[in-house]
Ligand binder design. Structure first.
Ligand code: PGA
Length: 228
């Protein structure tokens, strides 16, 4: 079983959700499909599809204007949450420590965190991919519980550029060898129907995290079919 997790980011509306979800409901797959929606679309109507969120507060409740708690997410049927996506790390200054706190609160509330790690273009060019990944892992993974790691090179996100299969294999190997216990490892960054099959065939990859191509059935379903 592989994970195919869609990340809608700040896109989509109720009718687009309905349209994709009803198309997905007809797809026969042995893999696990999850769609991580913006908060406003986490309205409990899930049409049989597993849903996730894109962020979670590291606090239980209280005076945190604009934040969404684990309890609120579970009440909306959320089973997974993306944590430490590079857009959150960059735009909201999320540190590894915050990511770890968020992962731990998610686990406490039985939501599986999908913790993102990955290097910038500059770090890649200066040969630091391995050390960056190791540090992010060491500082952001929870002390216990069930979680998922997503390797997302920052420069590959939304750019149409992907690492070579060797580069992906090396990064995944680094993650695999530095995890305290084996957990699923995903790849994300410009995944599409033409590269999904090759990427999923890399050793130790347990799934894909898909941004842009997860928004429409026309681009998402061919990916699901290509790795069946
Ligand atoms: P992308 O995004 O597939 O559009 O590159 C992936 C992600 O940010 O999770």
């Amino acid at each position: 079983m592989k994970y195919i997790i869609g990340n809608w980011k700040m896109n989509g509306n109720i009718s687009e959700k309905k349209s994709l979800f009803s198309a997905l409901a007809k797809v026969k797959t042995r893999n696990k499909i999850v769609i991580c929606l913006p908060f406003t679309l986490l309205n409990g109507e899930n049409y049989g599809i597993t849903i996730g969120a894109q962020d979670i507060s590291n606090h239980e409740n209280g005076a945190y204007t604009g934040d969404i708690s684990a309890t609120m997410l579970t009440a909306s049927g959320v089973k997974y949450v993306i944590i430490g996506h590079s857009e959150r790390r960059k735009n909201h200054n999320e540190t590894n420590e915050i990511v770890k706190d968020k992962a731990e609160i998610a686990i406490k509330h039985k939501i599986t965190p999908v913790i993102c790690v990955g290097e910038t273009a500059k770090e890649k060019d200066s040969g630091k991919t391995k050390s960056v990944i190791k540090k992010m892992l060491m500082q952001s993974i929870p002390d216990s519980g069930k979680y998922i790691i997503a390797y997302e090179p920052r420069w590959a996100i939304g750019s149409g550029k992907t690492p070579t299969m060797d580069e992906i294999a090396n990064a995944i190997k680094t993650i695999y060898e530095n995890l305290p216990t084996p957990v699923p490892i995903l790849y994300g960054g410009s995944v599409n129907k033409d590269n999904a099959h090759d990427i999923i065939s890399v050793p130790h990859i347990d799934g894909l995290l898909i941004g842009g191509a997860s928004l429409k059935s026309k681009t998402f379903i061919p990916i699901i079919k290509s790795i069946e």
